[in-house]
Design a protein around this ligand. Sequence first.
Ligand SMILES: Nc1ncnc2c1ncn2[C@@H]1O[C@H](COP(=O)(O)OP(=O)(O)OP(=O)(O)O)[C@@H](O)[C@H]1O
Length: 255
Amino acid sequence: MISAISCNQLTKRFGDRIAVNSLTLNVPKGSIYGFLGPNGSGKSTTIRMLCGLLAPTSGSGMVLGLDVMTQSEEIKQRIGYMSQKFSLYEDLTVEENLDFYAGVYQLNAAERKQRKAELIEMAGLTGREKQIAGSLSGGWKQRLALSCALLHKPELLILDEPTAGVDPVSRRIFWDVIHELAGQGITVLVTTHYMDEAQTCDWIGFIFFGNLLAQGTPQELIRRMGAQNLEDVFIDLVKQEEARLGEAGKRGEGR
Ligand SMILES: Nc1ncnc2c1ncn2[C@@H]1O[C@H](COP(=O)(O)OP(=O)(O)OP(=O)(O)O)[C@@H](O)[C@H]1O
C-alpha cells in the first residue's frame, strides 16, 4: 500500500496541554479518509501539522513523501487545503477569485485558462463566472472554494469541515465531487461531524482528546463495535473513553 499520509507518534503540545497525542495513522493513496471526533479533539491541529502550517512537538509525519518537519514549503505547494471558513474574496467575482488563486499558485496563462474552465464546469459554476462571490449561496461558495484549492492539481486534498452549515442538497453535490476526485486518484483527508458523509469514506479515524481511538473502514468499525451505525460507534467510543479517563482521574493518572 502506498501512503499519501503516514504519521508516527505525531504529537502537539500547547504548553502543558496535549492537543494531539502520539498519533499514528496511514492514509492510502487515492482513498477518502474521514477524520472524525468531537469539537476540540485535535483534528484541526493534526491537519495544520500535516499541511506544514504548525510544527509538531515530536513524532514524525510524511505527506506525499515529504517530511512535515523539514519540507513544509514543498508540502504546501503539493496539497490543496480548504478550511472551515473558505477563504474567498467576497467582493470579487467567481472568475476573479479563481484568477487570484491561480496567481498564488503561479499558473501560467494557458494553465490558468484551462484549469479555470475545467473547475468552473466541475463545480457547476458555469454561467456564474461574473457573479460576486459574496452573493453566492453557501453551497456555491463552498464549491468555488474547492475549485480554488484544486487549481494547481494537488495530489492530496485536505478539507477541514468543508460542509459545515451547508444545506443537504449542496452537501450531496459536494460529496459527489469529492468521490469523483478520488476516482481520478486524488487522496482526500476530510473532517466532518456528519455521519452520513463519514459513511461514504473508504477509511475512518476517530480522535478524542488528541488520541486516535479507532481506525478502519466504516463497516469494520460498525462490526467491531457491535453497533447499528457510525453514529453509535462514535457515541460508544466517546463514552468508553470518558469512562476510562474518569477511572484514570480517580487513580490520579493524567491524560
Ligand atoms: N494555538 C493554540 N494554542 C493553544 N491551544 C490550542 C491551539 N490550537 C488548538 N488548541 C487546543 O487544542 C485542542 C484541539 O483543538 P483542535 O482545534 O485541533 O480541535 P478540533 O478537533 O479541530 O475541534 P473542532 O471540531 O471544534 O474544529 C483544543 O483543546 C484547543 O483548545
